[in-house]
Design a protein. Structure first.
Length: 465
């Protein structure tokens, strides 16, 4: 009859089958080392500890260890214990994993949406984490308010009011894992209130459209021109999703008359406007455009994120909600157990309160402006037939192609040059009417690779290439 016990001190599970205990133990340890379940260098429990855990004689364990040392599966040294021996030419534990799409990606990535993560302020973040943890009450590490820790909600409310003109108080803030989760929570809450139709910009993130569809929304597309989304046909929509500060990906700001138009629509119909302020802090050639939310705080949801200013891997974003939506959004978040890391929340709260976040924003704003300027200068010199637009803010540029050039051909040519870039049509909902263009992000490559990435892009776009 098989006996199954866990050894102390290790996440190790041994099956001892049959009446010959020593033989079973040898076989179990040998197979664990052979299969890779016990990695080379893994220290094993002492013979006394393992014998106690398995309920067998200590000499049985000692003899099994000695046999496996003799065979080369284990190694031992007096006073240093026993461990899994290093082996050369060991067979793999299983079939090779398939090559993922990420593993096949181009060497130089000029797709948009991801910052230069090598610029993350590691030292300042660690200092903020240490200070925040030392000052935090023990209760901060327990299960808490699904809206997020009060320290972070207070810090965000102050920062957003000061820097983005948002009408924010801590009780209206809900912390989430980036905009995608925030949109999912909003869609759940709005569907629970009977909303069925969401108007979206005709050019935007397909991921956001998928989230809304998954939550049961029918989508209607709004045309986009030089003044942002054209709002003439909101019709029977119950909510509208906009990028008013810097339309994604075309780059226009929502015209003042349209800002008033959409807030008037929301006030008169009871609709909700979702404002995705994905890069509102990263402006270059114009004064900051204040948040749309300030015009109608009870009808507009403001959504922001630390993904561009810090790093997407932090998974920290925030919603500033009308009073009538706070409870439902928080309930949706808590019901699914989608709580945010307390450690990261405490650190970001300290990072903001200490002024380190403002310094980081100014630092990356300057760095990305320089990158943008280098992109524009290189294209003006090497590919003057390409018109660059949408560059007053953000992390990407729209490269308008001359007549006769096709997006798909240039994307394929870029791939042959080891360069990842996307066509504008990839962001279109339905018919692609804005003309052939590439959407080139200039933030992702680390500083040492940016020059080469630009050179390859110019080689792809140069006349006669």
């Amino acid at each position: 009859m098989a006996k199954t016990r866990a050894t102390s001190g290790l996440d190790l599970h041994l099956d001892l089958a049959g009446s010959r205990v020593r033989t079973s133990l040898e076989a179990a340890l040998r197979e664990a080392a052979r299969s890779g379940r016990l990695l080379p260098g893994t220290r094993l429990p002492s013979s006394r500890v393992l014998a106690t855990d398995l309920g067998i004689a200590r000499n049985t364990v000692a003899d099994a260890y000695a046999q496996l040392v003799a065979e080369g599966w284990l190694a031992a040294r007096h006073g240093s214990g026993t461990w899994v021996a290093e082996r050369t030419g060991a067979a793999p534990a299983g079939p090779a994993a398939p090559v993922t799409a990420q593993a096949r990606q181009a060497r130089y990535d000029l797709r948009t949406g991801v910052p230069d993560v090598s610029a993350f302020p590691t030292s300042a973040w660690l200092a903020a984490a240490r200070k925040a943890l030392l000052a935090a009450p023990s209760g901060a590490l327990s299960y808490g308010d699904p809206r997020g820790l009060p320290q972070l909600r207070a810090a965000l409310a102050g920062y957003l009011s000061r820097a983005r003109g948002v009408a924010a108080t801590p009780d209206r803030v809900v912390v989430c894992a980036g905009f995608a989760q925030g949109l999912e929570l909003l869609c759940e809450a709005l569907r629970a209130r009977g909303a069925t139709t969401l108007a979206v910009e005709g050019y935007g993130h397909e991921l956001h459209r998928r989230i809304a569809r998954k939550e049961g929304f029918a989508l209607t597309a709004l045309p986009v021109d030089g003044g942002g989304a054209v709002l003439g046909d909101l019709g029977g929509a119950h909510a509208v999703l906009l990028t008013p500060t810097h339309q994604f990906p075309l780059g226009a700001s929502l015209a003042p008359a349209r800002r008033r138009q959409v807030t008037d629509w929301a006030a008169s119909t009871g609709g909700v406007v979702i404002e995705d302020d994905y890069d509102g802090e990263l402006r270059y050639d114009r004064p900051a455009v204040g948040a749309l939310q300030a015009l109608a705080p009870e009808r507009v949801v403001y959504a922001g994120t630390a993904s561009k200013s810090l790093a997407p891997g932090l998974r920290l974003g925030w919603l500033v909600l009308p009073a009538h939506l706070v409870g439902q959004v928080a309930e949706a978040k808590g019901a699914a157990g989608r709580l945010s890391s307390s450690l990261d929340q405490l650190t970001l709260a300290e990072f903001i309160s200490s002024g380190a976040y403002d310094r980081q924003v100014r630092r990356v704003r300057l760095a990305y402006r320089r990158r943008r300027d280098r992109l524009v200068a290189a294209l003006r010199r090497e590919a003057p037939q390409v018109r660059v637009t949408g560059i007053a803010a953000g992390l990407h540029a729209v490269l308008r192609l001359p007549s006769g050039q096709e997006e798909e051909d240039l994307v394929a040519r870029a791939a042959r040059h080891g360069l990842a870039v996307e066509g504008l049509g990839a962001y279109s909902m339905g018919e692609h009417r804005a003309g052939p263009a590439l959407v080139a992000g200039y933030a992702t490559p680390p500083a040492h690779a940016y020059t080469t990435a630009l050179a390859r892009l110019c080689a792809v776009l140069a006349p006669g290439a």
